[in-house]
Design a protein around this ligand. Structure first.
Ligand code: PSU
Ligand code: MN
Length: 321
């Protein structure tokens, strides 16, 4: 009797300690904490692009450069990742290095978050998971490279990125260069429409295709300044549609030569099918194929894209203040 009472008490202590631990599961960097206290503009950044989207060692250099671009434009970068069970919003340099260099960094989408936290593991966050944590932290603007979407052959494989469903329920604005042609771009656009995710082209009426400025599909809405985007973000709250993300599609300045692009795509898709790649491995596999097959050209374009999206995101965050 006495023993089980002690056990019950110990259990309560453990559970309440766990509850406290969960509540403090988010750790803000000093810079992000200060920005939040001062109500200064903040831009969220994902980390899967660092761990699984870009090859080493340039992944770390790109991550550092992106943060610098955001600071130079008057906003504060908040790179999001999970390290040893702690959700980080804003990374110190040694933490950014860990994400870029460690071999035990998994790729976490929203469904993985609680598991990684409870098991005290480390993971980079996808667009879906990053948007979820950013929204939880009250960050409104998020820069990435390309969104996940509907994969080719999804009518049989059911492979559609959780990025889409995540963005259909979060108050966040994502700046990207559209989606890569490794996906079924048309199906992705249809799903964005069904999920009521807002979509505007930045200085373009064509939906960008990541390496290409034009994926072949038209956009209904075009914006030409960060101020215009800030006005849309404010109108979303007024009209009650803020809990569906706004996607700002920002085309790359100098695109890849179309024939080369189509060739890399065809060989990559054939290789992935041959190697039987599925699940969360598909996207990193195809990105890696582009980087090796193009002998670095896709990496250079990828770098330009993410830098340009960071600059625009910072300008939007500043315009929102
Ligand atoms: N598309 C890119 N580069 C990337 C990704 C997608 O052009 O780095 C990453 C992002 O983190 C995105 C994730 O959220 O891949 C999508 O993976 P999946 O298709 O498994 O949902
Ligand atoms: Mn998938």
């Amino acid at each position: 009797m006495a023993l089980s009472a002690i056990n019950a008490f110990a259990y309560l202590l453990i559970t309440s300690a766990k509850v406290v631990h969960m509540k403090s599961a988010i750790k803000y960097s000093a810079e992000v904490s200060a920005a939040m206290a001062a109500n200064a503009p903040i831009v969220a950044l994902e980390s899967t692009i660092i761990s699984h989207g870009l090859p080493r060692p340039s992944n770390l250099a790109v991550a550092i450069e992106c943060e610098r671009i955001i600071r130079d434009r008057g906003a504060v970068p908040a790179t999001i990742a999970l390290l040893d069970g702690i959700v980080h919003v804003g990374l110190e340099i040694n933490e950014l290095e860990a994400i870029a260099q460690r071999d035990d960094i998994s790729k976490a989408s929203i469904r993985d978050l609680a598991i990684v936290v409870a098991q005290a593991k480390s993971a980079a966050t996808t667009v879906a998971a990053t948007a979820h944590i950013a929204a939880l932290a009250g960050i409104k603007v998020f820069a990435t490279g390309g969104l996940g979407g509907v994969h080719r052959g999804a009518n049989e494989s059911f492979d559609e990125s959780a990025d889409l469903t995540a963005l259909s329920q979060l108050d966040i604005t994502v700046i990207c260069a559209g989606v890569k042609s490794i996906l079924d771009v048309h199906a992705t656009l249809e799903r964005l429409e069904t999920l009521a995710i807002g979509l505007v082209g930045y200085k373009t009426n064509r939906f960008p295709g990541f390496y290409l400025t034009d994926s072949g599909f038209e956009l209904e809405h075009r914006v030409d300044s960060p101020a215009e985007i800030a006005a849309i973000i404010k109108a979303r709250s007024a009209i009650g549609t803020q809990f569906k993300a706004l996607v700002v599609a920002n085309p790359v300045a100098k695109e890849m030569e179309k024939n080369r692009h189509d060739q890399f795509l065809a060989t990559g898709l054939a290789k992935a099918a041959h190697d039987g790649i599925d699940g969360k491995a598909v996207t990193p596999y195809l990105l890696e194929h582009f980087h090796t097959a193009s002998k670095g050209e896709s990496l250079a374009i990828n770098t330009e894209i993410i830098k340009s999206n960071c600059a625009l995101a910072a300008d939007i965050a500043v315009a929102l203040q």
